[in-house]
Design a protein around this ligand. Structure first.
Ligand code: HEC
Ligand code: HEC
Length: 381
């Protein structure tokens, strides 16, 4: 059944089509206003949730990303084509949705009965980006070359170097601790292109204030899409989301925190209590890998290239149906007030890929606290 299999990068194509609908005010969009303080849960927002009840809306969407990535599917592989014109159509049952519901129950049961409730088995364990899992071992795989995935959570610590050395080199490559300390804020402009822009580029403005506040506004034709982290909480007021204002939770909150943290890199090392260092290869080049972790959280992988600069971050979101990865790649470093800053950022996750290409960064701009406050719900033009 290869016709149903699509590249994971196309996973969110259906959302693109649904964007304009949300703008017209779907039932879910209308109910969003009430849930601003406590994040609304899946079955309070969606119409036909039978299994994945009581989880935050952003985690529910990550679960959809898990399904798409695990089966090599697009949203519309399971959902009806109706989603292109009507967001409500996500609630319509199809044979594959029914099958997927059974699979959620099966996977949960396996974990409960045989792995003490630990999430050891996920959709990906069997499916490996195919709708019909292979059940015959592959000789090509058995005798072929072992391919190492640089994004693996499991790392093999290298005793020859230390986390101090890696970060010392990183801070030097950036311009040195003094110049970094002098960078208290910045604003940036550029373009955004993503899974929801249909190949177009929209203007983006970013503002960040040390140590850990960051906001971005994408000027879409439909309205201003805002994502903000105020140092503690994060919100998304973006037209493509299931709600006009979504409080980010769990791993999505941690990703927002991380994006803000990396804006002022002098603080990265202190932000994690435990570090391990290793090395791996990305595109045939050896990179240094530092993995930071905090109790009760999945770790975060930081990759440094031969110049010592940060080239990639990988972190993970836990969901009710397993763990999904998020990769952030940084490139095109240029000096701003003597500090090397990445002008290009590519964020890849199971629901899509977003590219931010900056054209200018203004250092040390006065920014008031209101810039980082909870945004108003997304309003369609
Ligand atoms: C493998 C099949 C599969 C794929 C692929 C999939 N979904 Fe789903 N989707 C489901 C199932 C199953 C449910 C119902 C879950 C439940 O009953 O707990 C669901 C429910 C939903 C709902 C709730 C609808 C409602 O109102 O009740 C939304 C929204 C949704 N999916 C969006 C998406 C998006 C966006 C994508 C692509 C990123 C996607 N889905 C990909 C299987 C899938
Ligand atoms: C223990 C292994 C295993 C796990 C875990 C698993 N699946 Fe499956 N899945 C299968 C097998 C086997 C089939 C049947 C393939 C066939 O009919 O040839 C299947 C079929 C499916 C199908 C039907 C595909 C089609 O095109 O007919 C869907 C949808 C599906 N699984 C979704 C999921 C989802 C979502 C998860 C995670 C919640 C999951 N599966 C977890 C083994 C698994």
């Amino acid at each position: 059944m290869t016709t149903r299999s699509h590249a994971a990068r196309a996973a969110a194509a259906c959302l693109v089509a649904a964007v304009s609908l949300c703008a017209q005010g779907s039932p879910a969009a209308a109910s969003g206003q009430a849930g601003i303080e406590a994040p609304l849960v899946s079955d309070a927002v969606f119409k036909n949730v039978q299994i994945l009840k009581g989880i935050p809306v952003d985690e529910f969407m990550d679960a959809m990303g898990m399904f798409s990535a695990s089966l090599g599917f697009d949203c519309v592989s399971c959902h009806t084509g109706g989603i292109y014109t009507n967001r409500g159509a996500f609630a319509e049952a199809t044979p594959l949705i029914q099958r997927a519901r059974q699979m959620i129950v099966m996977t949960t049961t396996i974990n409960k009965n045989y792995f003490g409730g630990q999430p050891r088995v996920s959709c990906f364990t069997c499916h490996h980006a195919k709708n019909r899992p292979e059940f015959i071992p592959s000789l090509a795989l058995q005798y072929g070359e072992l391919v190492e995935d640089p994004n693996s959570m499991q790392i093999f610590p290298d005793q020859r170097t230390t986390v101090d050395k890696v970060f010392e080199r990183y801070l030097q490559a950036l311009g040195g601790p003094e110049r970094l300390a002098a960078l208290a804020s910045f604003t940036a402009r550029g373009t955004y292109e993503g899974f929801n822009t249909g190949g177009n580029q929209f203007p983006v403005e970013i503002a960040a204030r040390a140590p850990n506040q960051r906001t971005q506004v994408v000027r879409t034709p439909d309205g201003n899409a805002v994502k903000t982290f105020d140092g503690t909480s994060a919100w998304a007021a973006e037209g493509w989301r299931p709600l006009p204002l979504l409080a980010l939770t769990g791993g999505n909150l941690e990703t927002a925190r991380l994006e803000a943290l990396v804006s002022f890199p002098a603080n990265i090392r202190q932000a994690f209590t435990n570090w391990q260092v290793s090395s791996t290869t990305i595109d045939g080049r050896v990179v240094q890998l530092a993995q930071g972790s905090n109790p009760g959280q999945p770790p975060v992988n930081f990759y440094f290239d031969e110049s010592g600069l940060l080239t990639r971050i990988v972190r993970w979101n836990r969901t009710a149906v397993g763990t999904v990865p998020i990769q952030i790649a940084y490139s095109e470093y240029r000096p701003v007030a003597g500090v090397q800053m990445p002008f290009r950022t590519v964020i890849t996750w199971t629901d899509g890929q977003n590219t931010f290409a900056l054209t200018e960064i203004q250092p040390n701009v006065a920014l008031d606290a209101a810039r980082f406050a909870r945004p108003a719900p997304f309003k369609s033009k």
